[in-house]
Design a protein. Structure first.
Length: 455
């Protein structure tokens, strides 16, 4: 039997947490954080650590970690959540190098906090592998590697096909890169452990409390208004549901499946280092070897729902489940015959220029962070520390990073938004099919999709 939806496989393992009490009337606070995913929780954690006297309220529509924080692929990665070239155009190359250094340090920061707070999140820091397994992917891999080194990843290593297969026996591997700044984590264990740590500091977390409207000095809910000097929006893919935010960020749908525990197959696959794994297809595939010997693999599935509607239960179409299973079997043939035990989906936030941002307006007391384009497990921690410094009016290295104060234009209205996103991914899938037919260079339709998307 394949479980479908029910939030995610990660919560099937840990159990869905009981909900904290909703707001029961109007309250005052120093800081109100809207959203109890990683961004909101890290922000509350670091603010309370920096100033224990702050009265902080966190509001969450469902339960802490219900969204992407509890459904993602478990990549605690130092990848910059955005385009380095876009940031550099505004602030210069040096600012991007500083952002990359900060992201590298953030991976270790999350691991250190998890250890200090007694959070067992199945952490293994062994980096990530990105693999080219089609001839057309190989020049793209090399170009991406050179760009990556230019933007600060000087310790990223180019691998031959044999060197890739010595780590993970990916069928047809022609080459790859290994970046050491990534760790495997169990998302639900990490976010629920962080939630407990935040609550233990004295932060008030109200679950089952949707925010209807955010304005300077207040957040309106069905159960009363929270009045606070600082109001911080940390709603990521669910931002579209807030009043006036429909076109701010696009909620991109991403899907995952996980196998049954594998046994004899591991001898053929290898993967003893537990590196995170991705490939150079345009449609984007990512995977991890779980602590209990499964493979969890994800991709875009149905990328966008008309009108920016967001996923709730996480239910995934049978077509997407089959596509992910076929991708897994193609990359790792030893998995053929392995049962898919669970499928789920969630939404991530995509700004129009694909660049994350952190911002705080001292005049209004309004701030936000997000738009991580799927690279938020580590970026949320850096964003939380940056919001801490901005709220406390500190001028630090973090507040000078190029994503601080970054702005982008709104997404197009419907139906242009739906047509554009679905057209983009149809083009990427067509490019992948063309390249699978032995093309030796990137399919032109993929370059067209890149221009349309603004990536």
């Amino acid at each position: 039997m394949t479980w479908n939806g029910n939030i995610s496989f990660w919560y099937r393992q840990t159990g869905v947490p009981g909900r904290r009490d909703p707001l029961d009337g109007p309250v005052d606070a120093d800081v109100c954080v809207v959203g109890a995913g990683f961004t909101g929780l890290w922000t509350a954690y670091y603010l309370k650590k920096a100033d224990p006297g702050l009265d902080i309220v966190v509001l969450e529509r469902e339960f802490a970690g219900f969204g992407a924080s509890g459904r993602n692929a478990g990549w605690l990665s130092a990848k910059i959540a955005g385009s380095p070239a876009t940031y550099a155009k505004e602030r210069g190359r040096q600012s991007v190098l500083e952002l990359q250094r900060a992201m590298n340090a953030t991976v270790d920061e999350v691991i250190a906090v998890a250890e200090a707070e007694g959070i067992d999140a199945d952490v293994v820091k062994s980096g990530y592998l990105s693999v080219a397994h089609r001839p057309a992917q190989l020049p793209r891999l090399r170009a991406a590697h050179e760009k990556s080194r230019y933007w600060g990843n000087e310790d990223e290593v180019l691998l031959s096909g044999r060197e890739v297969r010595d780590r993970v026996d990916v069928a047809g591997a022609l080459g790859g890169v290994h970046n050491p700044h990534c760790a495997r984590v169990h998302p639900a264990k990490l976010v629920q452990g962080l939630t407990r740590a935040v609550a233990a500091l004295g932060v008030r977390i109200h679950e089952s409390t949707p925010a209807i409207r955010i304005a300077p000095g207040r957040v309106e809910t069905p159960f009363g208004t929270v009045r606070a000097r600082s109001v911080l929006r940390a709603t990521e893919g669910f931002t579209t549901d807030l009043h006036g935010e429909r076109r701010t960020w696009l909620p991109m749908n991403s899907s995952m499946v996980v196998t049954e525990p594998l046994s004899a197959a591991w001898k053929a696959i290898g993967w003893d280092g537990h590196e995170l794994l991705s490939d150079l297809t345009h449609a984007y595939t990512y995977a991890q070897r779980t602590a209990d010997g499964r493979i969890a693999i994800g991709g875009r599935g149905v990328p966008y729902r008309f009108g920016s509607r967001v996923d709730q239960d996480g239910r995934t179409s049978p077509k997407t489940v089959r596509a992910l299973r076929d991708t897994l079997n193609r990359l790792l043939p030893a998995t053929v015959g392995a049962r898919i035990e669970h499928a789920w989906s969630g939404v991530l936030a995509v700004p129009r220029d694909w660049c994350a941002s952190v911002s705080f307006d001292r005049a209004t007391g309004l701030g936000w962070a997000g738009g991580y384009v799927g690279h938020g497990v580590a970026a949320t921690n850096l964003a939380g520390r940056t919001l801490r410094d901005l709220v406390l009016e500190r001028d630090t290295e973090l507040t000078r990073l190029p994503w601080t104060g970054h702005r982008t234009r709104a997404w197009e209205p419907e139906p242009a938004r739906w047509l554009g996103v679905h057209g983009m991914y149809a083009a990427y899938r067509a490019a992948d099919r063309s390249e699978a037919a032995r093309r030796t260079s990137t399919a032109p339709i993929a370059k067209l999709a890149d221009r349309i998307s603004g990536r």
